[in-house]
Design a protein around this ligand. Structure first.
Ligand SMILES: [Zn+2]
Length: 510
């Protein structure tokens, strides 16, 4: 039986891997979030912790549930990027093993991970993380986990965890709540309850823009799943997956945890629903020509907050580099008036602006020396409007209550365009990214964001969904999956391959 003051290990690695992006290095992790031991608890206790929000949520729930002793191991996380450097993952797992072994007797492990990581040598390092947690605690005591709804769930993850709880909101505004939920449910596991797992994986790799939870097939599935939550069916995780990981585990996963036949029947019903509604996972984008015409008209109208162009193909929150120029070049050449764009990631340009100072006018080549197919060198004459160190307290949406690190940043004006240039790759998802530089979003006719979807919960005050265009430009996160050279993605897969088929499992086989 569990001790009166259960000792719970907490650990995790968060990375969403885009196989087409450059390798994510140890330096990337360490510059974003890497805490070990008591430093984890100190950071988690801050008003705006620079760590995944699940962990403070979990700690809060455990605190309210009675005495316990947190045993902080390691948490590391970074912005979505390419495959993780395998050596770093190996070292981190080894360090976790050492700390777990030195921790003494444990009653449970909480794993906080994203779930769509690949390394340079392994398609399922998240599975290795879960296996490590299970090995540390043994077969009887609980392992509980939280994952992003973009996780690619592997059989190994399912086998090694008693419960996997996924986010239910996209934009992900429920991360803290899901950590809290894990803390509440862990008390039941500690009291000896166990639940059967049902896991169905579907050959559907939804483009990320089809996984919003305000509406759509995916939203319907989540709502239906939650309708059945009951004491004997406490968790329904409907996980959309992340195609760009280009891994065998990609796809929609349905996980139910409970007792009896009901959870199995529900999983099967949800899987059948996803398959029947699969046409709703196809993507429709607005052409660059149409989007530009609307931004031009908005600028001429004199009206404010008319249209928002989402550069969904260059989302740093999905591995994009934040520096593609398809939209930027068209906006400049067409002389679109009164437009605002953020964030353009260019550390060299940001440094030039900082050296020149507020009020300076200077010639800068954006992307100088780092151009590629999607990100051209763009010479501009700009005026520096404001400067910052880029440490921003988020106020709305996914960064609310967290500190976002943009690195040295500048607000600049180029003709009719006001542009935020920053030094670190980060998705433009919070109005504070502009406001901390003195920019009034409400004063502009159009807004261009490098973000796939998380901007929606930040900028909805100015741009409700009806004013948003998802623009077809080029980049590492284009929702048009046929543009990528897939290597490990299981084929056929919907919606890439029309010939994809799926036969529902028999309930007795679940
Ligand atoms: Zn996600």
């Amino acid at each position: 039986m569990t001790s009166l003051r259960p000792r719970i290990a907490i650990l995790g690695i968060h990375l969403e891997s885009n196989a087409f992006a450059p390798v994510t290095t140890e330096a990337d992790f360490r510059a974003s979030c890497y805490y070990e031991g008591d430093a984890m608890l100190a950071e988690a206790a801050k008003p705006a912790p620079a760590m995944p929000a699940e962990i403070p949520g979990f700690i809060e729930a455990m605190d309210t549930g009675g005495p316990w002793q947190p045993v902080p191991i390691v948490i590391t996380a970074t912005e979505p990027g390419g495959a993780a450097d395998h050596a770093f993952i190996q070292c981190t797992l080894e360090r976790m093993r050492e700390l777990l072994a030195a921790a003494g007797p444990l009653d449970a492990v909480y794993v906080s991970n994203h779930g769509a990581m690949i390394s340079t040598e392994d398609s399922d390092p998240d599975g290795a993380l879960y296996a490590l947690a299970r090995a540390a605690i043994g077969p009887e005591r609980p392992v509980i986990a939280t994952v992003d709804l973009h996780a690619n769930v592997s059989q190994r993850m399912v086998d090694c965890a008693d419960l996997i709880i996924s986010y239910r909101t996209n934009p992900h505004v429920d991360r803290r709540e899901r950590g809290y939920e894990a803390g509440i449910l862990l008390r039941r596991l500690l009291a000896g309850e166990r639940f059967e797992r049902t896991f169905i994986h579907l050959p559907i790799a939804p483009p990320t823009v089809t996984l919003l939870t305000a509406r759509g097939a995916y939203a319907d599935m989540i709502e239906e799943g939650q309708r059945h939550i009951a004491p004997d069916l406490p968790v329904v995780s409907i996980v959309g997956g992340f195609a760009f990981a280009d891994a065998p585990e990609v796809g929609i996963s349905i996980l139910t945890y409970g007792r009896g036949e009901k959870p199995k029947r529900l999983a099967l019903d949800l899987a059948r629903f996803a398959w029947k509604e699969r046409d709703r996972f196809k993507v429709k984008l607005t052409s660059l020509d149409d989007a530009l015409a609307q931004a031009l008209a908005a600028g001429r109208s004199g009206d404010k907050c008319v249209v928002c162009l989402a550069d969904v193909a260059d989302n740093p929150g999905g591995g994009g580099r934040g520096n593609t120029t398809d939209i930027l070049e068209r906006v400049l050449s067409a002389r679109v008036a009164n437009a605002l764009l953020g964030n353009f990631v260019d550390p060299n340009a940001a440094a030039r602006c900082h050296a020149a100072g507020v009020g300076a006018r200077l010639q800068v080549i954006l992307n100088e020396g780092r151009a590629d197919d999607h990100a051209h060198e763009v010479p501009v004459e700009l005026e520096v409007l404001a400067l910052s160190d880029g440490a921003v307290a988020g106020r709305r949406g996914i960064y609310r209550g967290r500190t976002a690190l943009m690195g040295p940043s500048a607000a600049v004006r180029v003709g009719g365009l006001t542009l935020v240039i920053c030094s670190r790759r980060i998705q433009c998802a919070d109005p504070a990214f502009f406001e901390h530089l003195g920019i009034d979003i409400a004063a502009f006719a159009s807004l261009i964001v490098k973000s796939r979807g998380h901007f929606r919960s930040g900028f909805d005050e100015y741009y409700p969904d009806a004013k948003i265009l998802e623009v077809d430009a080029r980049g590492l996160t284009s929702p048009l999956l046929e543009r990528f050279d897939w290597k490990a993605l299981p084929r056929p897969v919907w919606p890439l391959d029309e010939r994809t088929t799926w036969t529902p499992p028999r309930i007795e086989d679940l």
